[in-house]
Ligand binder design. Structure first.
Ligand SMILES: [Zn+2]
Length: 361
């Protein structure tokens, strides 16, 4: 892909709506982009979307995943006044919810923009001003006057509420602003890697999975891995960018390249696979850094425990401000991630798999 095509892909994956459990629009986007490249698509029964690209040798099978879901809300309750109370889907911090635009989507497909109300601070008591608001005290304002109007619009309890934010290339030319880089940036990586592998050829069977419900507990990755039964698997996701005031001194930061994840709260990378991938990055002079996350998990947490264990690791993209409307990634890190994933998967054959498994005993 040239830069223009790539930026369009990134804009589309960022702006498409798909909170956990409602990933259909993202699945359709993946299918639209890859329908002429892959042999076929399969699906698990939760909605994970599996793009199959057969290899020249017909084995082994490599799975790589990116979760399609983003965090958001559901309509929890409608007040008599027409204000909507929200139930969270995935992890939100109270500070980043008020004074933002969201889209409510009804079950018959209508979309309505609302804003999370925020009181002006004038005259607010200090104890209220200085503490983080709780979701139960917030509401979504659609600019209507009554519950009746909300009902007439077709909005019901359980309808999805998704952040609204336009994609933007920022002022240094490489910082990319968008919602849902967690984990749509990796969805774009997956689409590009499949196209690259199709063009250059590869021995192993490759399956790219857009997984569902990662943000609520790594749910779709487990069922997707069970469906595919891979010999080797990668999860691709975002990593914290530690280049901000007060952050610990850690190598994962914007512009540092693709991040190789050593450990998070859900998984410890398969050491043999980690070292093998790092050696490829070195050889190909692909910029990379390490990531070590002590809180939070990735799809790998569910994948590596399937069957009798799957050789697995997470490859990540440094990202600022994820789990808010305004996350930022770096264009060059993204390109490094595409290159490394393409190069690693293209090299996997039975010999590599045997050596990786051997490295554990
Ligand atoms: Zn994620």
């Amino acid at each position: 892909m040239n830069k223009e095509e790539r930026l369009l892909l990134l804009k589309e994956v960022s702006e498409v709506r798909g909170i956990s459990g409602n990933e259909r629009e993202v699945s359709c986007l993946i299918q639209r982009y890859l329908k002429d490249d892959v042999d076929h698509f399969e699906f698990d029964n939760l909605g994970s979307t599996l793009a199959y690209l057969p290899g020249e040798q017909g084995e082994p099978t490599v799975l790589f995943t990116a979760h399609m879901d983003e965090i958001g809300f559901m309509v929890l309750r409608v007040e008599e006044s027409g204000l909507i109370r929200l139930g969270n889907v995935g992890g939100w911090w109270g500070h980043v919810i008020p004074a933002h635009e969201f889209v409510v989507k009804t079950r018959d497909g209508h979309e309505y923009i609302g804003v999370t109300g925020a009181q002006p601070p004038h005259g607010m008591p200090a104890d209220q001003k200085n503490k983080v608001m709780e979701l139960k005290d917030m509401y979504l304002d659609l600019g209507v006057d009554s519950r009746k109007q909300i009902e007439d619009m077709g909005i019901r309890i359980g309808d999805t509420v998704t952040p609204l934010q336009s994609f933007r290339v920022m002022n240094n030319g490489t910082a990319l602003l968008g919602k849902a880089w967690d984990d749509r940036a990796s969805v774009a990586v997956g689409i590009e890697v499949i196209k690259n592998l199709k063009a250059r050829g590869h021995k192993c069977n490759v399956v790219f999975a857009g997984t569902v419900q990662e943000e609520v507990g790594l749910r779709g990755a487990g069922t997707a891995a069970y469906h595919v039964k891979p010999d080797v698997a990668f999860a691709t996701d975002v990593a914290m960018s530690y280049d901000l005031p007060g952050a610990p001194n850690s190598p994962s930061r914007l512009g540092a390249g693709v991040a190789l994840s050593i450990m998070d709260s859900s998984v410890i990378a398969h050491r043999g696979l980690f070292d093998w991938v790092e050696a490829i990055a070195k050889e190909r002079k692909i910029k990379y850094c390490y990531d070590l996350l002590t809180a939070g998990g990735t799809d790998s947490g569910a994948i590596h425990k399937q069957f009798d264990g799957i050789v697995n690791m997470t490859v990540s993209l440094p990202c600022r401000y994820f789990h808010s409307h305004v996350s930022i990634i770096d264009y060059n890190d993204y390109v490094a991630m595409v290159e490394l994933m393409t190069e690693a998967i293209a090299r996997i054959d039975n010999e590599v798999v045997d050596a990786l498994k051997e490295s554990k005993h």
